[in-house]
Design a protein around this ligand. Structure first.
Ligand code: FAD
Length: 481
């Protein structure tokens, strides 16, 4: 490159809001130039912008990154607008001649980034892309025939072989940002909700330090019993790392490395660690699939499912979103989501199945609601999981396997800890009736202060009838020529 040692380079932060184990940052440091760390809030170039809960998270995560940079003598330059236009402006203002970034693999951002790299390259500015968000880049894991893997188990096997461990690069001790380019004030971006502020129950610590703390807590208290604990929604049995991973406050390599270290020093059994690493594998599988089959963001992965006779049911959809379906486990999950920005994975499967099978409402409606309300909303994981539940995805649950919200509740929340927390109006019901209040004798309901249809809804659909309707819909697909 033509620039001399004083010519700055741009470090373009995106879904990699961390200083440790950050390949783009490590490469920028190796260039031995002044570094301009920048974040651009791009409203148009990345497809659907972040939902409300993600904007809440981004607000805090950017502040945490800026604070970490300031501790090292730097700062984060915030810009808002079209990414390429803002990069060009920064280049014009500073004379920067290189851009370092960790790649994004979601289809729209990937294409947009390639265009930017091409245009800047033509203008004499080199763009360097790295993989900081996945164990392996999409395309690195293929079948023996060189095709994308559509089945999880062989994918996972190949992933573990294709993703050799790499040492982590520590956060730099100093990172001085040159004087000059102005940034915008994050307060003016309005990412935190107001009027109303629905985030009061959000109990999260966004940022790199929060991610490290969540990982340490999980290794200390959840990992040893993960294989069982991960299925119990009334317990803190999972890592809650998903939003940190989505925003790149921690790298999947870092997570896997720490888990393997816990096995190596005898703190956890290998089987527990393997189960957890397999879940990280589902994150990878989702990212690879969406990258290789971009159409699955909008359409069924298995095209025959595009003909599914979805119902228009605005009232059912509203009852589902508000946690008023009359099925306690479904309602508990939807209320946990609204109150905290997160929902337990077991319950995500149950509520998603209820929407697409019991109510026969298009999975895209549920995906959009999750997009807006989850702090971990992630296009690849969200789309892949919704399609998995709907039966239309790669390696999906068979469509005819319809979760029964009552037996799921009895099996995974037998003592009712989860349901009682989120559906307090039925808290006083005995365990025996908690997951199916409509089946309780009148005296039991009266004793518990529950008046069905008044204090808690009656079921909006009958399980057996809804199941039969869903199976008929499936048969109608099979009958198509
Ligand atoms: P842990 O059990 O501790 O797992 C560790 C990590 O593995 C997670 O942080 C996550 O990155 C990954 N992971 C675990 N399960 C899955 C999975 N099934 N698919 C992909 N990655 C997984 N996850 C998201 O990150 N973003 C989403 O938008 C999202 N939408 C979902 C929608 C539906 C309908 C369903 C059924 C699941 C969805 N998931 C999504 C997957 C899963 O529910 C969450 O990743 C998990 O609950 C996060 O909690 P955790 O970090 O405590 O998970």
């Amino acid at each position: 490159m033509a620039g001399d040692a004083a010519t700055p380079v741009i470090l373009w932060f995106r879904r990699d809001l961390r200083l440790g184990d950050n390949p783009a940052l490590a490469a920028a440091l190796a260039a031995k130039r002044p570094i301009l760390p920048a974040y651009i809030l791009d409203k148009s170039g990345e497809g659907r912008g972040p939902g409300g809960a993600s904007r809440w998270w981004l607000d805090k995560s950017l502040r945490a990154l800026d604070a970490a940079l300031r501790q090292r003598g730097g700062r984060l330059i915030l810009r808002r607008g079209d990414s390429e236009a803002e990069l060009r402006r920064l280049i014009d203002e500073t004379g920067a001649d290189q851009v370092f970034m960790n790649r994004r693999f979601e289809p729209e951002a990937f294409v947009r980034d390639a265009d930017i790299a091409h245009d800047l390259q033509e203008a004499g500015v080199a763009c360097h892309g790295f993989n900081g968000s996945l164990l392996t880049r999409p395309g690195a894991v293929l079948t023996g025939a060189g095709k994308p893997c559509r089945v999880f188990t062989p994918f996972m096997k190949a992933l573990l072989q294709a993703a050799p461990e790499r040492p982590s690069t520590p956060a730099p001790e100093t990172l001085v940002t040159p004087e000059g380019p102005a940034g915008q004030d994050i307060d003016a971006w309005g990412l935190h909700p107001c009027a109303p502020d629905w985030s009061r129950g959000f109990d999260w610590t966004p940022g790199e330090a929060g991610a490290a703390a969540a990982l340490a807590t999980f290794i200390e208290s959840g990992l040893a019993d993960y294989a069982v604990g991960r299925d119990v929604p009334g317990r803190r049995g999972t890592s809650r790392l998903s939003p940190h991973l989505h925003w790149g406050e921690i790298s999947p390599r870092g997570v896997v490395r720490a888990v393997r270290a816990a096995v190596a020093d005898g703190r956890v059994a290998p089987a527990q660690a393997d189960k957890f690493i397999a879940e990280i594998g589902w994150r990878e599988f989702s990212a690879h699939l969406l990258h290789q089959f971009p159409y699955m963001a909008q359409r069924a992965f298995r095209p025959e499912f595009d003909a599914m006779p979805w119902r228009a049911d605005p009232e059912g959809l509203q009852a589902w979103k508000q946690g008023r379906t009359g099925y306690p486990l479904v309602d508990a999950g939807m209320r946990e989501l609204w109150a905290t920005g997160w929902m337990h994975n077991r319950v995500r499967m149950v509520v998603a199945s209820f929407l697409v099978k019991h109510l026969l409402i298009d999975w895209r409606e549920g995906e959009a609601w999750f997009w807006d309300t989850l702090v971990d909303a992630d296009q690849a994981s969200n789309v892949q999981n919704w399609q998995w539940v709907a039966g239309s995805g790669a390696d999906a649950a068979p469509y005819f396997r319809i979760f029964n919200p009552v037996t799921q509740g009895e099996k995974f929340d037998p003592a009712g800890r989860y349901v009682r927390r989120w559906v307090p109006e039925i808290r006083a019901l005995p365990d025996r009736w908690l997951h199916a209040p409509w089946s309780a004798p009148a005296a039991v309901l009266a004793e518990a202060g529950v008046r069905l249809g008044r204090t808690y809804p009656r079921p909006i659909v009958d399980h057996a009838a809804a199941r039969a309707r869903a199976l008929d819909a499936l048969k109608s697909l099979a009958a198509r020529p």
